[in-house]
Design a binder for this molecule. Structure first.
Ligand SMILES: [Zn+2]
Length: 154
């Protein structure tokens, strides 16, 4: 999946507000399976989708930073979360363009934009263009791919 595995990549850190060049996080399937809950493993490493309205963050209004469940990269600020009514946590923009990458997903007889963690390649969900202003985007994420961390505990 990665063309240059040893090349450092820029990642934004919410704690300091800085973009630093860091190593990618690459682990074997076995390692991920050991570290993650079965649900997070299935969604984040196997491109699964949790059932709508079942995840722990779809109705969450707590303040904080949503990180990647796999590598703890900062992904979304709770200030950009909105009530989409879909049953999945939805955001109108990632915390930094460096931290969330996209790819074309042609599975399930649809062409969709997949959102992935830039540092470890975790599957996060999909991006749609029916979101609210100012971006008009809807990052439709899986709770199982995220972990919410309080701002002062970063
Ligand atoms: Zn990650």
């Amino acid at each position: 999946m990665f063309s240059s595995p040893n090349q450092k990549i820029p990642i934004y850190f919410a704690k300091t507000g800085e973009v630093k060049r860091v190593d990618r996080v690459e682990k074997s399937d076995e390692e991920w399976k050991k570290e993650l809950s079965p649900e997070s493993y299935q969604v984040a490493r196997k491109q699964g989708t949790e059932l709508a309205f079942t995840g722990k963050y779809h109705h969450c209004h707590e303040d904080g930073i949503y990180q990647c469940v796999c590598c703890h990269t900062d992904l979304f600020d709770s200030k950009t979360k909105f009530e989409s009514g879909t049953g999945w946590p939805s955001f109108w923009e990632p915390i930094a363009e460096e931290n969330v990458t996209t790819a074309v997903d042609k599975s399930h007889l649809m062409v969709r934009t997949e959102a992935l963690c830039a540092r470890c390649g975790a599957h996060l969900g999909h991006v749609f263009d029916d979101g609210p202003p100012p971006t008009g985007l809807r990052y439709c994420m899986n709770s199982a791919s995220l972990r919410l961390v309080k701002r002062d505990e970063l």
